[in-house]
Ligand binder design. Sequence first.
Ligand SMILES: Nc1ncnc2c1ncn2[C@@H]1O[C@H](COP(=O)(O)OP(=O)(O)OP(=O)(O)O)[C@@H](O)[C@H]1O
Ligand SMILES: [Mg+2]
Length: 339
Amino acid sequence: MYSKEPILEIKNVNKNFYVQKGRGVQALRDINLDLYPSECLGIVGETGSGKSTIARIITNVDTPSSGEIYYRGEKITDVKKQQLRKNHLNIQMIFQNPKSTFHPRMRMQEAIAEPFINYGIIKKKEAMKAAVGLLESIGLPQIYAKKYPHELSGGELQRIAIARAISVKPKIVICDEATCALDVSIQQQIAELLMKLKEENHMSYIFIGHDLAFVKKVSHRIAIMYMGEIVEIIESKKLISHSQHPYTRSLLESILPVKSRRKNDIKILKGFMTEDLNIGDGCRFYSRCERAENICRLKKTRLTKVDELHYCACHVKNYEELQIKNVVGGDSYEKASGN
Ligand SMILES: Nc1ncnc2c1ncn2[C@@H]1O[C@H](COP(=O)(O)OP(=O)(O)OP(=O)(O)O)[C@@H](O)[C@H]1O
Ligand SMILES: [Mg+2]
């Protein structure tokens, strides 16, 4: 999977929101991230860390303040309307609350058929037939074709939202908290459905969520975000044993059973993420970090290669790691991923 070219490249993306005259929020700072074919990439981070902003920029709902995004080597940010339409076909999104996604007077068959018709892929009659076929692939009987949104449960509606998103055969599906409104058993069913569809349709996923344990289970790699920055990227299977960033470790502390915790590990995270995202150049985790040193307050961190597919943005951790390996310097994520 990782030997192929990335299907999506996010390069140096920054996003500032201007709230009041002269006052802004830097919601994303220097985001560099690649998605590989057939990969499921998780993005986790606490509320307000910028996860949905990344999703909105990838799907062109928002524009970046600077930086670019490439789909199969072609730039998809700052492009003309016609190109945007093409991008929408390739990259689809599934949202947290399926209830707000559907028109209350639209039957499920029409809802699933809508993208086929809107994009002019097939005629209405065929689209309605194809919609019934898609119901089967998401494990719902044909009788659901004639139902209205209020007649379905949250889990069933989310299945319909998935059918609608995959109907146009996208190459990338972004699930923004797509399962977090559902109860745990339904969450599991939806995750299994998404994985089945991924295999059948050769898609890549970006799976956004708060729940580190759940995202870890469904993703190959995880990017951990804190206040608009990616602080660590690591393979899911190495998350517990090899992750380094104090923020990642504190997230893990909250989900790990006591006996599997690493020795001398960081304690449960105290305090809150500050609401002021304009806090200068230093590490944004500085005020909550038990290992912080003076350099952390002053100097911007950047993702540095720790190992194959593992990057961490921490002065203290990177310094320790470099000393262990006796290496001077170290590859930054931008360099190693060709950005
Ligand atoms: N349109 C906007 N105008 C001003 N600020 C915004 C806007 N959209 C997002 N923000 C700010 O950008 C930051 C990131 O928001 P975002 O919605 O991406 O966070 P998130 O990680 O998805 O959070 P959650 O887990 O709650 O969904 C937040 O501080 C938010 O207040
Ligand atoms: Mg969000």
